[in-house]
Design a protein around this ligand. Structure first.
Ligand code: NBP
Length: 488
């Protein structure tokens, strides 16, 4: 039998679908899985395809044409330099069996620092390594994911034909580019996931406002379906509409309303937060989204608190205070739409700011416009709006903050009043909107010519003689005041 063009190690849901995708583009694929019955079942389920199943890692490696291209798709759990996980175990199995210049690709959700460690380690073994973030879940893997590969540009050139053929396409452009060196690919995938957390939470907050306003599930499904035809068009808005339409056959109730309100998470959102804190970048929308999941998971505590801690007195309808009933439904829908769009812009502005900061720090030279372009298809955050982000960076590669691009500036200026009204409405009625309000807080802070940090500096100088600059003196000159002594 001829040697295979591509090898895939790890036949769980993502691996199986990627294999079928690669095979469907004309490549012969060898597969291996630790539990060999999984390999046998997979091969048996797909007769007539150009697939080679191996029972040993040795046979798997030997079945591949050189330079070998082995894509690992196993569970990744390492989050510290010292952690070793299944990806490391698989790499150790492969090293003695490979030849110089063979390529290992880690397509799992690996932490970018683990990818950097593996990249350096494999280079000492004469092997090439690509850390590739793959987004789109099961369906994306099968039909065309968005792929974010990092590693040496020369290794990318070898992988390019396969990756470009399996990636999603938008306007004929494959949703894959060489992101940058080392851990840049997995890093960008991590921020993609953080942004995904923000998008999902913002949609949930919109839903929660509608629910408190007395909309039926059908009405809400119709709103999201309609929004999916407009500027909010996105995969997440689309699946929200579809999810709200789903009826449980057993009870006849909405499936969404039967689901326990405890959110799970796998960690990439928290990694994003830690990275933002390390780099002093504000990602308050993503932060709020991660924290909202954490608070949601404390269901028992919340149920207890709901009986102890008071909210606004129920009036039977939403109110803007003093019994003022707000807008008719269609106006409320438009205002929530505007608030959601503005908040979404903030979330992306923050995520891209973090990517830009890390790119500078690590000399990755990341192209934000091209990154936004490969998120337009295949991945969970795919959205019409990403076209405008791509355009913003194409027309101004040096753009400071996404909010200052003319298109986004106009949207924010136009939507800010509705956004304030929606956040106020939610707050006055005790509806939690942590991501909407964090986004608005960021917007107002970012655009404030003067913040109360003058008082903060006074406090710091008061208790710690940390000094301060003055508005009436040149920048860089520092002053200290002999503050009065405080007793007690
Ligand atoms: P899982 O993350 O559930 O991993 C299961 C696979 O890992 C199985 O093939 C399993 O083999 C293998 N494995 C494990 Br666990 N420990 C191993 C070890 N020590 N040595 C060798 N193989 C080992 O699979 P998945 O959901 O398909 O995800 C694969 C990767 O893709 C993960 O990093 C995930 O985070 C990422 N990802 C997933 C999605 C998604 O939607 N699921 C989306 C994007 C990225 P076994 O059969 O012998 O147990």
């Amino acid at each position: 039998m001829s040697k295979s063009d591509f090898g895939l190690y790890g036949l769980a849901v993502m691996g199986q679908n990627l294999v079928l995708n690669v095979e469907s583009r004309g490549f012969q694929v060898s597969v291996y899985n630790r539990t060999t019955s999984v390999t046998d079942d997979f091969i048996a389920a797909h007769p007539g395809k150009k697939l080679v199943g191996a029972h040993t890692v040795e046979d798997f490696v030997q079945s591949l044409a050189r330079p070998r291209k082995i894509h690992i798709m196993v569970k990744s759990t390492a989050v510290k330099d010292t952690d070793r996980d299944a990806v490391d175990a698989v790499i150790e199995q492969l090293i003695p069996l490979l030849d110089e210049d063979d390529i290992i690709i880690d397509g799992g959700n690996s932490f970018y620092q683990a990818t950097e460690r593996r990249d350096a380690y494999l280079a000492t073994k004469g092997l090439r390594f690509i850390g590739a973030g793959v987004s789109g879940g099961e369906e994306g893997a099968r039909k065309g994911p968005s792929i974010m590969p990092g590693g040496p540009a020369s290794t990318w050139e070898v992988m390019k034909p396969i990756f470009e053929s399996i990636a999603a396409k938008v306007d004929g452009e494959p949703c894959v580019i060489h992101i940058g060196p080392g851990g840049a690919g997995h890093y960008v995938k991590m921020i993609h996931n953080g942004i995904e957390y923000g998008d999902m939470q913002l949609i949930c907050e919109a839903y929660n406002i509608f629910k408190h306003a007395g909309f039926t599930t059908d009405e809400m499904a119709a709103i999201f379906n309609e929004w999916n035809d407009g500027e909010l068009q996105s995969y997440l808005i689309q699946i929200t509409g579809k999810a709200l339409e789903q009826i449980d056959p057993e009870t006849g109730h909405s499936v969404v309303e039967l689901i326990v309100d405890k959110a799970g998470q796998k960690g990439t959102g928290q990694w994003t937060l830690l990275n933002a804190a390390e780099n002093a970048v504000v990602i308050s929308t993503i932060n709020a989204a991660v924290e909202a999941r954490i608070l949601s998971s404390k269901k028992k505590e919340r149920v207890l608190a709901s009986k102890e801690l008071r909210g606004p007195a129920p009036t039977g309808a939403l109110t803007m205070g003093d019994g003022i009933t707000p807008w008719p439904k269609e106006i409320l829908v438009q205002k929530v739409h505007d608030a959601l769009y503005a908040s979404k812009i903030i979330s992306y502005a923050q995520g891209l700011d973090l990517i830009k900061t890390m790119s500078g720090k690590k000399n990755w030279d990341l192209d934000l416009g091209r990154i936004a372009a490969i998120w337009r298809g295949g991945c969970i955050i795919r959205a019409r709006f990403l076209n405008f982000i791509t355009d913003a960076y194409r027309s101004n590669p040096g753009l400071g903050n996404l909010m200052l691009d003319p298109y986004f500036k106009n949207i924010l200026n136009g939507n800010q009043q509705s956004w304030r009204e929606v956040v106020s409405l939610a707050m006055l009625n005790g509806i939690p909107v942590p991501a909407f309000s964090a986004s608005l807080g960021y917007y107002d802070s970012y655009r404030a010519e003067r913040l109360p940090a003058n008082l903060l500096q006074a406090q710091r100088d008061f208790f710690g003689a940390h000094t301060y600059e003055r508005v009436d003196k040149p920048e860089g000159e520092f002053f200290h005041t002999d503050w009065p002594e405080v007793i007690g």
